[in-house]
Design a protein around this ligand. Structure first.
Ligand code: ZN
Length: 188
């Protein structure tokens, strides 16, 4: 396992739509190695999500994990490997505004508009079909990662750049303002 270098905003790979992964490609040792390295890289950065373009790989693979003893009071979401995701918006008129940061945009946070309820079909790391439903903040976390696979970064989803803040100022002025529903994730 290895900790990989994380791409930062400005690197073209973050703006290029990632390619679908074939079943054969997914089973290759180098792809499984990439997934293991992504997990180690995310955990080393205390991240809750990471997408392959963030480690210089233009493939539709991302991972999400909300640790059991997180300080935000979020539901524990076990480490989930997401390959070739397809997201359906279950409540098109229902939006939330939530604060987001990104390992590829270090030191900045902004308030982003997300859909409040979604269903996602995807493959796990073995190519098995899976489905989950997510709501609230946790649905936003998933949308953030899936956006990376389409070359979209969180500032693109802000309806105004007025809340774009450095982490230090965010902690000082904004931290307690976030009343967004924490939401839930359930695997079907
Ligand atoms: Zn990100």
């Amino acid at each position: 396992m290895a900790i990989l270098k994380v791409t930062r905003m400005g690197h073209p790979v973050l703006r290029t739509p990632a390619q679908e992964v074939s079943k054969r490609e997914l089973t290759l040792p180098q792809t499984q190695q990439l997934i293991d390295d992504m997990i180690q890289t995310m955990q080393d950065h205390d991240g809750i999500g990471l997408a392959a373009p963030q480690v210089h790989v233009g493939k539709q693979i991302c991972i999400v994990e909300i640790p059991e003893d997180n300080s935000s009071g979020l539901q524990h979401v076990p480490l989930t490997v997401i390959v070739n995701p397809k997201v359906t918006n279950d409540a098109p008129s229902n939006h939330i505004k939530m604060w987001e940061g990104c390992l590829s945009i270090p030191g900045l946070r902004g308030q982003v508009v997300r859909t409040a309820k979604l269903t996602m079909s995807f493959w796990d790391r073995k190519g098995k079909e899976r489905q989950l439903k997510a709501t609230g903040y946790l649905a936003g976390v998933i949308q953030h990662e899936v956006d990376h696979l389409a070359g979209i970064l969180f500032p693109d989803r802000m309806d105004s750049l007025a809340t774009l803040s450095f982490s230090e100022e965010w902690s000082r002025y904004w931290q307690d303002v976030d009343g967004v529903d924490k939401g839930s994730v359930s695997f079907l």
